[in-house]
Design a protein around this ligand. Structure first.
Ligand SMILES: Nc1ncnc2c1ncn2[C@@H]1O[C@H](COP(=O)(O)OP(=O)(O)OP(=O)(O)O)[C@@H](O)[C@H]1O
Ligand SMILES: [Mg+2]
Length: 441
C-alpha cells in the first residue's frame, strides 16, 4: 500500500512565501494559501492516480494517519480482529493507531490510546528497557518480553515484536503484543505440578529405600541365622561318615556325601548373599578415584593368582570417577574376574578397560567398559545377568554362583550410575557402567 507524508501545510511555524511584487502581510497570506492549494491539489492528484492511499498529517507529535477506507479496509479489519495487541508509533513515540485488543489488554479503548506516549504502556520502572526494545531502524525488528500496565494497577506479561518501516522518510514502528498471561499461568501450573511430583517421588523413594533396607536386614539375618543349622547339618553328616561309615553301605555313604556337598554349596550361597548384602549396606565415602589404576591393580592380582595364563590387558590411562574406593574396587574385581574366567578357554585372550566411545562424557558422567574376547553370551539375556543367581554358563565349565554382576549393579546404582552389557556367543562380552566424572588429578 503506497503512503505519503504530506507536508504540514497547516503548520503555524511554516514561513510565509509570496510572489515578488505582492509584498506585505496580505501578499504573504496569499502565497501561503496558494501553496496550500497546490499541496492539496497534488495530494488529490496522487490519490486519484492511485500512487497514494494514506496520508500522515499533523504537527510533530500529533501526527495522524488518514487512509482511504477502500484502500486498506481489509487490513484494518484484520488488525481490529487480531488476537494480539497492535499499534503504530510515530518517530517521537506517539501511538498513531491502536487496535481494540491492545486497548483491552491495557484497560482502555484503542481510540483512547491513540495520541498517547507509547512508553505509558508500561510501568515507569520498565520504561528504559522498553525504550531500548523499541529502538529499531527502518527494516529492522526486535522481540522481547515486556510487562504492560493493565487495568486496576495490574501488569500483563506480553511478548513484544516491533518492526520499523520508512514512510516517505519518516520512521514509523509497528508493535505487535501477545498476551502471555495464559502461558505464564500454564507454566506456573506445570511448576506446581512438578514440585508436587518431586515431593511424591521423594516420598516414594524414601519409602522404597526403607523397604529395601528392611529387605536387606531380613536377608542378612536369615542368611546369618541359616549358618548355625547348616554347620550342624554339615558337621553331623561328616560325623556320620567318620563314625558310622563302616556300618553304611556304598549307597548310604553316597547319600551322606551328597548331604555334605549340598551343605557346602549352601554355605557358599549364604556367603554370597551376605556379600551382596554387605555391598548394599556398606557406608560410602565418595572421592575422586583413578579407575585405571584400580583396574591395573586388579589385573596384577589376577595375573599373580594364575601365572600360567597368557592374557593381554589393555588398560586406558587416566579414567577417573567419583566413587567409594573400596566399592568401586569390588565392581572392577567382579568385572575383570568374569573377563578372566570367561576367556579361560581362549588363546590370545585380551581384556580391555576403557572409556566407552559415544557414551562417555554425557551428563557429566564417565562411561567405562570392561571388554573381553572370551565365551560371550546370548545378548537376549543381557539384562537378566545383573539379577542375583542368574547364570548363562554351565558351572562345571565356568564356576560361580551368579552374585558378582548383581553386586556390580547394586554398587553402581548406589553411585547414581547405570550398568548394561553386550555380547555374542563365542565372540566376547562387554560390560558397561557409568559414574559421575571426576576432573583430572
Ligand atoms: N565376561 C563374560 N563373558 C561371558 N559371560 C559372562 C561374562 N560375565 C558374566 N557373564 C555371564 O553372566 C553370569 C553372571 O555373572 P556373575 O558375575 O554375576 O556370576 P558368576 O561369575 O557366574 O559367579 P560369581 O561372580 O558370583 O562368582 C555368568 O554366569 C555368565 O553367564
Ligand atoms: Mg562373576
Amino acid at each position: 500500500m503506497a503512503q505519503s507524508a504530506v507536508p504540514k501545510a497547516s503548520d503555524p511555524a511554516r514561513p510565509a512565501a509570496g510572489k515578488p511584487g505582492e509584498g506585505g502581510a496580505q501578499g504573504a497570506d496569499l502565497a501561503e494559501v496558494r501553496a496550500q492549494l497546490r499541496e492539496a491539489y497534488e495530494a488529490i492528484e496522487a490519490i486519484r492516480s492511485g500512487d497514494v492511499d494514506s496520508l500522515v498529517i499533523g504537527a510533530p507529535g500529533q501526527e495522524q494517519i488518514y487512509a482511504l477506507a477502500s484502500a486498506d479496509r481489509p487490513y484494518r479489519l484484520i488488525v481490529a480482529a487480531m488476537n494480539e495487541g497492535a499499534a503504530t508509533i510515530s518517530p517521537r513515540g506517539i501511538i498513531l493507531d491502536a487496535n481494540p485488543r491492545l486497548g483491552a489488554m491495557t484497560g482502555q479503548t484503542g481510540t483512547q490510546l491513540a495520541g498517547t506516549a507509547v512508553l505509558d504502556l508500561v510501568p515507569s520502572a520498565h520504561r528504559p528497557a522498553f525504550a531500548r526494545l523499541l529502538d529499531v531502524g527502518a527494516g529492522d525488528s526486535a522481540r522481547g518480553e515486556v510487562e504492560l500496565s493493565g487495568p486496576g494497577g495490574t501488569t500483563i506479561p506480553a511478548l513484544l515484536a516491533v518492526s520499523g518501516f520508512d514512510l516517505d522518510g519518516m520512521l514509523l514502528r509497528c508493535l505487535v503484543l501477545t498476551d502471555l498471561t495464559a502461558q505464564r499461568r500454564a507454566e506456573a501450573e506445570v511448576q506446581t505440578l512438578n514440585a508436587e511430583l518431586e515431593v511424591r517421588v521423594a516420598l516414594r523413594t524414601a519409602e522404597l529405600e526403607r523397604v529395601n533396607k528392611n529387605l536387606e536386614a531380613f536377608t542378612y539375618s536369615v542368611a546369618h541365622d541359616l549358618r548355625t543349622p547348616l554347620r550342624a547339618l554339615s558337621g553331623f553328616s561328616d560325623a556320620l561318615v567318620e563314625d558310622y561309615g563302616d556300618r553304611l553301605d556304598e549307597t548310604g555313604r553316597g547319600y551322606a556325601g551328597r548331604i555334605m556337598a549340598a551343605s557346602e554349596r549352601m554355605a557358599t550361597l549364604i556367603d554370597d548373599l551376605l556379600r551382596l548384602s554387605r555391598v548394599s549396606r556398606a557406608g560410602m565415602t565418595l572421592e575422586p578415584v583413578d579407575l585405571s589404576a584400580e583396574a591395573a591393580a586388579v589385573a596384577g592380582e589376577l595375573r599373580s593368582g594364575d601365572p600360567g595364563r597368557q592374557v593381554r590387558f589393555l588398560i586406558e590411562e587416566g579414567i577417573r570417577g567419583i566413587a567409594d574406593r573400596s566399592l568401586i574396587r569390588t565392581v572392577l574385581q567382579n568385572l575383570l574376574e568374569n573377563a578372566w574366567k570367561f576367556t579361560a578357554h581362549r588363546d590370545g585372550a585380551v581384556i580391555e578397560f576403557a572409556r566407552a566411545a559415544g557414551q562417555d562424557g554425557m551428563d557429566g558422567m564417565v562411561c567405562c567398559c570392561v571388554r573381553d574376547n572370551g565365551a560371550g553370551f546370548d545378548p537376549a539375556y543381557a539384562s537378566k545377568l545383573f539379577h542375583s543367581f542368574e547364570r548363562l554358563h554351565d558351572a562345571a565349565e565356568f564356576p560361580g554362583t551368579g552374585i558378582g554382576l548383581a553386586s556390580v549393579a547394586r554398587i553402581i546404582e548406589r553411585h547414581g550410575g547405570r550398568t548394561w552389557a553386550d555380547g555374542a556367543v563365542g565372540h566376547g562380552a562387554t560390560f558397561f557402567f557409568t559414574l559421575t566424572a571426576a576432573g583430572p588429578a
